[in-house]
Design a protein around this ligand. Structure first.
Ligand SMILES: Cc1cc2nc3c(=O)[nH]c(=O)nc-3n(C[C@H](O)[C@H](O)[C@H](O)COP(=O)(O)OP(=O)(O)OC[C@H]3O[C@@H](n4cnc5c(N)ncnc54)[C@H](O)[C@@H]3O)c2cc1C
Length: 482
């Protein structure tokens, strides 16, 4: 197999032995594997197609990998201890990193899948256009990974998730055929929209090799404000006020607790706390537009203060101040370990936007009832109803109980999320960790439909096995509508 792979991708495209190490552990060091026979780094769509055809013939599993910043273990082959694990290759898209064209007339960009989010943002901005997706891992995460996880991030509130930016895709199918769907149409009513099959399905149905994205007019200016809330229960009234009085200029609305700011400062002493006196909760918000944004933001904050929705606010007046505020936001997820022993359960939930605070308040007694002394922590893209939420042992929790009852803690939060008509994965995807938990959220009809599609496209099951789509019906598939 290695000889044949070598013939396709050459020396530079094939890594074996110790060289595979960086590709078989995820960003957080949580998932690893010994089932990867090689890392294959093709340089073109035709090389990807040849590699897939070979793997199909030999029955080798293919695990696509972009920037490897995913948070659900999707880009790492299953660990050997997993009964579904099988010999696999990691197929890295890193060498397919050419931006093919920015079309100013159409306001579109056509790009290979291995281009990073930041590189695409910068290339489009140079042509006066906005590639809207944006999040903390922008310098490493790739557009192929973003498409495959239907990534969200900071700008969803104004411009939508990754799915809504994709106009066309090129995909290598599990049998090695190439589907060229690189269309740049804003409208197309000709039946099945096939590209949707490959958005958010994490390489289980094919390898995304290129994409056409819709672009937006580039706002000439941004203004960021860091706002102190008097209490958490004004969060959603303040959001509704901001949304309804911003003339469409609001482009981000992020919740941050003081606990998060303190932890970021401890890791990065250069960070300046925005306020001399701390509050318990803050909102980081951004207006994007033209010259009108200064007056619009100031008047919004004044009216919010008059209504008692905010206690205090600072507006960044220099680039340095602005980057200090966004640094705090970007660094909360990577630096926050909550517990010195590194123990926590992480959730990426979305619920209807008007019920976020209610959810947050209900969650504390729910986890405390499972393991007394367990605490909760939440932050994130609140304007989208998306809470990055963690459960960790407080000083009074018994660690043995916390360790032993991890699955119960997880289940308790999942069930609360469903009670609130929410989803247990808002934007991070499914990967390995969420796959079986989906049985509680999706009906057996829905899960069976997904299996039918998977079996039709990938009957040998070589594409990213053990991820996203459960292989067979489980006893606990009793979700709503089953
Ligand atoms: C600090 C930090 C902050 C983050 N913030 C956010 C955030 O705000 N919002 C958000 O949505 N995510 C966030 N993420 C998660 C992560 O960046 C996204 O999930 C991103 O989309 C993953 O892209 P990637 O290129 O790293 O993909 P990878 O991690 O390499 O892969 C992700 C999944 O997609 C599959 N895949 C990758 N490339 C392809 C391809 N070309 N074809 C088919 N399948 C493929 C993989 O097999 C895997 O299942 C954050 C991560 C970090 C580390």
């Amino acid at each position: 197999m290695l000889d044949e792979l070598h013939e396709i991708v050459g020396d530079v495209g094939l890594l074996v032995g110790d060289d595979v190490a960086p590709f078989v552990v995820d960003w957080a060091g949580k998932f690893t594997t010994r089932t990867a026979l090689a890392v294959v780094r093709p340089a073109s769509t035709s090389e990807v197609a040849e590699v897939i055809t070979l793997c199909q013939r030999l029955g080798i599993a293919v695990v696509p990998q972009g920037g490897n910043t995913g948070l659900c273990g999707g880009s790492i082959p299953l660990d050997d201890s997993n009964p579904e694990a099988r010999p696999s290759i990691v197929l890295s898209l890193t060498r397919m990193n050419t931006i093919l064209s920015v079309d100013v007339g159409r306001a579109t960009v056509t790009t290979e899948a291995g281009v990073t989010i930041q590189a695409l943002q910068e290339a489009c901005a140079a042509e006066g256009l906005l590639f809207a997706p944006d999040w903390g891992a922008r310098g490493t995460a790739q557009v192929g990974g973003g498409i495959s996880t239907n990534a969200g991030g900071l700008n969803v509130l104004r411009w939508g998730s990754l799915r809504s930016q994709v106009l066309g895709l090129e995909v290598v199918l599990p049998d090695g055929q190439v589907w060229n769907g690189l269309r740049s149409l804003r409208k197309d009513a000709t039946g099945l929209d096939l590209k949707q099959l490959f958005i958010g399905t994490e390489g289980t149905l094919g390898i995304v090799t290129a994409a056409v994205f819709a672009l937006h007019p580039l706002p000439s200016r941004h203004r960021t404000a860091f706002v102190a809330l008097p209490a958490l229960d004004v969060l959603m009234p303040f959001f509704a006020h901001a949304r309804d009085h911003s003339d469409g200029l609001l482009s981000a609305f992020e919740l941050l607790p003081e606990e998060g700011v303190v932890r970021v400062q401890a890791n990065a002493p250069q960070v300046v706390h925005p306020f001399p006196e701390p509050s318990e909760w803050y909102v980081l918000m951004r207006f994007s537009g033209g010259d009108e944004i200064d007056d619009a933001l100031t008047s919004l904050l004044e009216s919010a203060a008059e209504k008692g929705l905010i206690d205090d606010a600072v507006i960044a007046s220099t680039a340095e101040q602005e980057s200090n505020l966004w640094f705090i936001r970007d660094e909360v997820p990577p630096t926050f370990t909550f517990d010195e022993r590194g123990k926590r359960h992480k959730f990426d939930i979305a619920i209807p936007v008007d019920r976020v605070v209610e959810f947050f308040e209900r969650s504390a007694p729910v986890v405390d009832a499972v393991v007394p002394g367990t605490r909760t922590f939440g932050f994130g893209h609140i304007g989208d109803g998306n809470l990055h939420f963690s459960v960790y042992p407080g000083p009074d929790a018994t660690l043995e109980d916390y360790d032993e009852r991890g699955a119960e803690l997880e289940r308790a939060i999942d069930e609360l999320t469903w009670e609130f008509e929410g989803t247990i994965s808002a934007e991070h995807g499914v990967g390995q960790i969420m796959r079986d938990r989906l049985a509680g959220q999706k009906s057996s009809v829905e899960l069976e439909l997904a299996r039918v599609v998977k079996a039709a496209l990938d009957p040998a099951g070589i594409m990213n096995p053990g991820k996203v789509i459960p292989a067979s019906k489980r006893d606990d598939e009793v979700g709503v509508g089953s």
